[in-house]
Each structure stands twice: as structure tokens, then as C-alpha cells.
Design a protein around this ligand. Structure first.
Ligand code: NAD
Length: 477
């Protein structure tokens, strides 16, 4: 059985204790991952500190070249990484091939290019010149979740490294495989030892040790709101810089004037991509009452055509949920929605597969109506293949439903009325709005949420600002 080790100071380091890693599609253990603790994190921080002077003083061109080399090596092994991501996470291999690994490449290349194009401000006075330096922070901690494992890990470590920091990263204990393979790639591509360190393990052990470590200067975290609150509580008094990308329960607003032929397949995708395990998924669909019945019927027809299956099968649309615990949580959320008066139009059950997937954690794509906006299924993140559909009567009604929630990550608006699109986008309480599209990403744009969806923004110059410290120098002329 494969042993997935820590990667510290350029070497793979075994552990005295291991965590079993399951393949979600089969429900079977297929690897063990190192169970890191404070000692491992201390070692990784020491390695990162040791590597920092040289890495931070390398020219941007040198750092950029190494990141490009890593991206090229990843591209050459795209299929291998896609297979590993699918096996580890449960997502369709076709999705890992089309989204996860290409986006990981894009993250590396985007920030490799950004390293060459940084700038700082100057504020001249007649009597003095102010100029601002942007310096790397030192050792930073990057903690990532299980839903888009390599995609979100590289989204953090690429800017951290590009702008001269050294990193201690912790991938989710549920999906440690591609991070470990990536570490190997970094070593092969000449990333100096200690620049990137990966400590595996449980959040409450290795993760907490990173958050609490006094010599880690910043934490870039993506994961649940509950863990984000712990990190804010713990790292705040140490005055670490924090970027917290947390949960979402995103509204999809469908107006009567939208083009349903083009909208419905995209809204289905927004609800169910990656089994609904994406923080940006549009899981609360709010539809103008005049088209409600027509929309629901066409939407459900489309959902029924989604194929639940072995993630390694190229035809599969919906793979397995990441863990047994998560599978039970999603099924319990469906049961609760029914108890709250919800009516299931399609799905609603575990999906039973044959062959190697007989014990896998599959759930049918599920559509629920007749729920009040304030019930649990409309307020809490389910993070599975489950959407609710609610009617609205006016623009203000739509906005009130969309905003009546503690989360504020993303939203999508479907309308052909430009005036309305601007007005609704302006009044939605969230960090990202798409109009007549969903998850159309440009890595230059600020990405992140409001309210309980987090603080801070990632992407583009936001990442540059986060991973550097401003120092103003004032010279009397
Ligand atoms: P999680 O919070 O349980 O875990 C995320 C990471 O944090 C894992 O690596 C975990 O081991 C670690 N962790 C857990 N407890 C910790 C602690 N006490 N100290 C330090 N680290 C700790 O989240 P998850 O279940 O892995 O991910 C799903 C969640 O992530 C969902 O809520 C989803 O919405 C959110 N998410 C948000 C975004 C975004 O960009 N806003 C993107 C993807 C996922």
C-alpha cells in the first residue's frame, strides 16, 4: 500500500503514525498518509526559514523560471495527475482532466508571469519622496481543503512562492495524493530544499500547529467557516496576516426574461459540478414565479440525464462523495429537508452502483422544492449534489431571499435585461457575481467572500498584496 510522506527540506519524511486514505468510489483504503504533529511542523518551519534568505533574494526571473518548469512538468504528466485526483477525491476523471489539473497549471503559470510584472507605488512631495517596498513575509502557511485538492493548493502556493516567501502547506487529510506527487515534481524541477514543505495530517493536529506557530507570518486558508473561525481566533492575537476563503450557499437568480435554452444547462452545471462539492456551486435556485413551473420541469429533465457512475469512466457526470462521513451528512440533509416540508422532484437517495463501486459513496443528483427560504436546506451548506428551487415575485423579493443568509461568497444572475443585471449585482451581498455564466474565471480578478464566507481576496494583485508586506521609505529632498 502506498505511503504518502511529508515533504520537508526537499526530502520525503516518513511518520511514526499514519492515517488511512480511502478511495471514495470503492469505499476501500488504498493508501496511508503521514499523521503530522507539532514536531513535524517545527521541522518544516525551520527548513522554510533556512531557505528563505536565498529564495527571497533570487531574482523574480529565477523564481518565475522554476515555477514555469514545474508547470511544464505537471502538464507532461497531466493524465497521471488527473487519474490520481479522481481516485483520491471521487470526482470524474474527465473533470480532473478538464478542470483541476489545467487550472493548477494555470495557477502556476499565472503567478510565474506575475512575478515578472510587480510594481510598487511612489508618493512624491516637493520636499520629499515616498516610495513603497513590497517585501515577502517570510514563512507562510497554506491550508487547503479536499474538494479541489491540487487546484486550491497551487492557487495558494504559486503566489506565495512567486513573490518570494517560503511555504509550509497542509493539504486535506482526505485528499493527500496529488500534493505528494506535486512535491516530487518540485524536487525534480530544482525547487531548492525547504522552499516548499508539505506536512500532512489532521487539521486539529498538523493544521493547528501551523496556525499556532509563532514564526509563521501569514495563513492562507480555504475550508469550512467553522475552521476559519478557529483560525481567526487563534492567529489574530499573533497578528498574522489572514486570508480566509470559507463556505458558501450561493443563490442563482433566474428572471423570466432569461434565455432558458442556454441558461438551464449552465445552471445544472453550477448546481452539480464536482458532485456539488464546490464552494461556488449555485445550490439555491431562485426563479421568477411566472416561469417557475416551466423552469422546474426543464431543469429536472436535464438533471435526470446526469450519469452517476464510476469516476474513472469517461462518461460519468457525477462521481462519489469524498468520504463516508460526508456521504451520511448529505443524506441526512436531504432527510431533514423532507421533514421540513420539502418535496423531492428527482433524486433524494443514495445511488447504488455495481462492480468495483458497490461500496462507494454515491448520491443521486437531487432537486427539492416547497421549502421556506429560512429552512436548514436553504441556509446551510450541504456541499453535495443537492439543490433547492424557490419562487420569487419581484426584484426586491429576489434580493431579499438571496441576501437572507449568513454566507456571501458568490451568486449568478440570469437575465437579458442589462439594467436589472447591474442593479441586482450591485445589491447582492457577496464577493463574486456572474451574469449569464458561472465560474467563468479570470485569475486577475479579486476572489473571495463576505459575511461568513470569509475575509480577504485571492487572485491577481490581491495575492501580491497579501503575500508581501508594504514598507514605505520617505526621503527628505
Ligand atoms: P475543513 O475546514 O474541514 O478543512 C480544510 C482544511 O483545514 C483541511 O486541510 C483540514 O485538515 C484543515 N483543518 C481542519 N481543522 C483545522 C484546524 N483546527 N486548524 C488548522 N487546519 C484545520 O474544510 P473541508 O471540509 O476540507 O472543505 C470544505 C469546505 O471548504 C466547505 O465549507 C467549502 O465551502 C469550503 N471551501 C471554500 C472555498 C472558497 O474559496 N471560499 C473553496 C473550496 C472549499
Amino acid at each position: 500500500m502506498e505511503q504518502l510522506c511529508h515533504f520537508i527540506e526537499g526530502r520525503f519524511v516518513a511518520s511514526s503514525d499514519w492515517i488511512e486514505v480511502y478511495e471514495p468510489a470503492t469505499g476501500m483504503v488504498y493508501a496511508n498518509v503521514a499523521r503530522g504533529d507539532r514536531t513535524d511542523v517545527d521541522r518544516a518551519v525551520a527548513a522554510a526559514e533556512h531557505a528563505f534568505p536565498q529564495w527571497s533574494q533570487a531574482t523574480p526571473a529565477e523564481r518565475s523560471a522554476i515555477l514555469h518548469r514545474i508547470a511544464d512538468a505537471l502538464e507532461a504528466r497531466l493524465d497521471e495527475f488527473a487519474y490520481a485526483e479522481s481516485r483520491d477525491q471521487g470526482k470524474p476523471v474527465s473533470l480532473a482532466r478538464a478542470l483541476d489539473i489545467p487550472r493548477s497549471l494555470a495557477n502556476l503559470r499565472f503567478f510565474a508571469a506575475a512575478a515578472l510584472h510587480t510594481w510598487t507605488e511612489a508618493h512624491p512631495l516637493p520636499t520629499a519622496l515616498n516610495y513603497t517596498l513590497r517585501q515577502p513575509l517570510g514563512v507562510v502557511g497554506c491550508i487547503s481543503p479536499w474538494n479541489l485538492p491540487l487546484y486550491l493548493l497551487t492557487w495558494k502556493i504559486a503566489p506565495a512562492l512567486a513573490f518570494g516567501n517560503t511555504v509550509v502547506a497542509k493539504p486535506s487529510e482526505l485528499t493527500p495524493l496529488t500534493a505528494t506527487m506535486f512535491a516530487q515534481l518540485c524536487a525534480e524541477c530544482g525547487l531548492p530544499p525547504g522552499v516548499l514543505n508539505i506536512v500532512h495530517g489532521y487539521g486539529s493536529e498538523a493544521g493547528a500547529a501551523i496556525v499556532e506557530h509563532p514564526r509563521i507570518r501569514a495563513i492562507s486558508f480555504t475550508g469550512s467557516t467553522a475552521t476559519g473561525a478557529y483560525i481567526a481566533r487563534t492567529a489574530g492575537p499573533q497578528f498574522k496576516k489572514l486570508s480566509l476563503e470559507l463556505g458558501g450557499k450561493n443563490p442563482t437568480l433566474v428572471f423570466a426574461d432569461s434565455d432558458l435554452d442556454s441558461a438551464i444547462p449552465q445552471i445544472v452545471r453550477a448546481g452539480f459540478l464536482n458532485q456539488g462539492e464546490i464552494c461556488l456551486c449555485g445550490s439555491r435556485i431562485i426563479v421568477e414565479r411566472t416561469i417557475f413551473e416551466r423552469f422546474v420541469e426543464r431543469f429536472c429533465d436535464h438533471v435526470r440525464s446526469l450519469r452517476v457512475g464510476d469516476p474513472l469512466n469517461a462518461e460519468t457526470d457525477i462521481g462519489a462523495l469524498v468520504s463516508q462521513a460526508h456521504y451520511h451528512k448529505v443524506l441526512a440533509a436531504i432527510e431533514r429537508a423532507v421533514a421540513d416540508g420539502g418535496r423531492i422532484l428527482t433524486g433524494g437517495n443514495a445511488a447504488r452502483l455495481d462492480g468495483r463501486c458497490i461500496y462507494g459513496w454515491f448520491v443521486e443528483p437531487t432537486v427539492i422544492v416547497d421549502l421556506e427560504p429560512n429552512c436548514s436546506a436553504n441556509q446551510e451548506e450541504i456541499f453535495g449534489p443537492v439543490v433547492t428551487i424557490l419562487p420569487f415575485d419581484s426584484d426586491s423579493d429576489a434580493l431579499a431571499i438571496a441576501n437572507s443568509i449568513r454566507y456571501g461568497l458568490a451568486a449568478s444572475i440570469w437575465t437579458n435585461d442589462l439594467r436589472r443585471a447591474h442593479m441586482i449585482a450591485d445589491r447582492l451581498e457577496c464577493g463574486v457575481v456572474w451574469v449569464n455564466c458561472w465560474m467563468l474565471r479570470d485569475l486577475r480578478t479579486p476572489f473571495g467572500g463576505t459575511k461568513d464566507s470569509g475575509v480577504g481576496r485571492e487572485g491577481g494583485w490581491e495575492a501580491y498584496r497579501f503575500f508581501t508586506e508594504a514598507k514605505n521609505v520617505c526621503i527628505k529632498l
